[in-house]
Design a protein around this ligand. Structure first.
Ligand code: AMP
Ligand code: MG
Length: 352
């Protein structure tokens, strides 16, 4: 299949863009797939209420079929139409954070096929904060199932180029809307448990949810990497975001980390390996490796969230064999950054 790539600027949705979004909506209504930008990462969209579309999404990504999809909606009435009831907590969180990078899990009704929920009786729902995404959802009939638009296991795409790399020839259309704003996937909160529980950390932090709901809990497999329990979000058990080379995270004081990485770099380069270092603006100049990339500024960790997946992909483009990364604070958005980084590294972390 030939994949059409159309460019749309979120800030400039003119008549031509509208026509393209109409065509994209028709592709989805007819059972096809379209990759599109959201504020978190690019999504691979299909009709969430059509079991065949969900099957196609799993096939295009090579995603295990027990890993449920997030359903994207553009208004609250459409949400109410696919769940058994809209819990109070969902209304409060929607008021506070929608459209935005928060996914809520509720009990589904019959309209949502099990193919979309990986066999579960619950459904994950989000309203994205991106005009291209919202218009596409409206044009598609109201419900788009959309996991990240990458081959399963690879870093999520934050620019359209990486959707093209992973999905070209497998889907009908890719909408190129430039680099996404946030760069990490949504926070997932389960509202079917007694106390709402965070299943995946993201840009909306535990503290922000607590301020709205009072008490919340966190799936402990997120924070304790040695936990042998099964994560409550089925997808969290899989290796994810993995670059092609070996990635190791190094934790310690700044000088310890720099010395350690420089030492290891020397050894690896002496044995003919290409080494990459994931540094920060503060430390970039201190490393001696062949390829050193700053992932952002520690003073503003949202810059790190924004660049992380892109930097991992760039190391793939440069055929790096071994990567060393600095470690980040496990609080606020740092929790989401460390969660993705640990998965990318297969939990390979050296504590100095
Ligand atoms: P992705 O769409 O690639 O960002 O992945 C979606 C994530 O949401 C995966 O980790 C899923 O396991 C999780 N998820 C989706 N639906 C549910 C659900 N009903 N219950 C628990 N986790 C879910
Ligand atoms: Mg994903």
């Amino acid at each position: 299949m030939e994949t059409e790539v159309v460019v749309i600027e979120e800030k400039k949705i003119d008549e031509k863009a509208r026509d393209n979004l109409k065509r994209a909506g028709k592709i989805i209504r007819d059972g096809g797939l379209v990759a599109f930008p959201t504020e978190t990462v690019y999504g691979l969209g299909g009709d969430a209420l059509n079991p065949m579309s969900s099957k196609k999404i799993y096939a295009a990504k090579g995603r295990p079929s027990d890993n449920p999809l997030i359903v994207h909606v553009a208004n609250m009435d459409d949400l109410a139409a696919i769940v058994q009831e809209v819990p109070d907590a969902a209304r409060k969180l929607a008021d506070a954070f929608w459209p935005g990078p928060l996914t809520m899990i509720m009990n589904k009704n019959k309209k949502v096929p099990y193919e979309t929920t990986g066999g579960l009786d619950t459904v994950a729902i989000r309203m994205p904060n991106n005009e291209i995404a919202l218009e596409l959802i409206r044009q598609s009939g109201g419900y788009i199932a959309a996991p990240s638009a990458n081959t399963s296991g690879r870093p999520s795409p934050t620019v359209a180029r990486y959707c093209v790399e992973d999905l070209s020839g497998k889907i009908e259309m890719i909408i190129d809307g430039g680099q996404v704003g946030i760069g990490l996937e949504s926070t997932i909160v389960d509202l079917t448990s007694q106390v709402p529980m965070i299943l995946r950390p993201g840009y909306i932090t535990a503290k922000m949810l607590e301020d709205v709901l009072g008490e919340i809990s966190i799936d402990k497999t997120i924070i304790d990497s040695s936990s042998t329990e099964r994560p409550k979000a089925p997808g969290m058990k899989y290796r994810h975001y993995a670059p092609k080379g070996d990635l190791m995270i190094v934790q310690g004081s700044q000088s310890q980390v720099v010395d350690y990485i420089n030492g290891k770099t020397k050894d690896a380069e002496a044995s003919g390996k290409r080494v990459g270092v994931i540094a920060t603006d503060e430390t970039k100049s201190l490393y001696q490796a062949h390829i050193v990339k700053s992932v952002g500024n520690r003073e503003d960790e949202s810059t790190i969230a924004h660049e992380l997946f892109k930097v991992l992909r760039e190391f793939d483009d440069e055929n790096v064999d071994v990567m060393f990364s600095e470690s980040f604070d496990d609080s606020g958005i740092g929790q989401a950054i460390m969660n993705r980084l640990l998965k990318a590294a297969g939990h390979h972390i050296i504590v100095l």
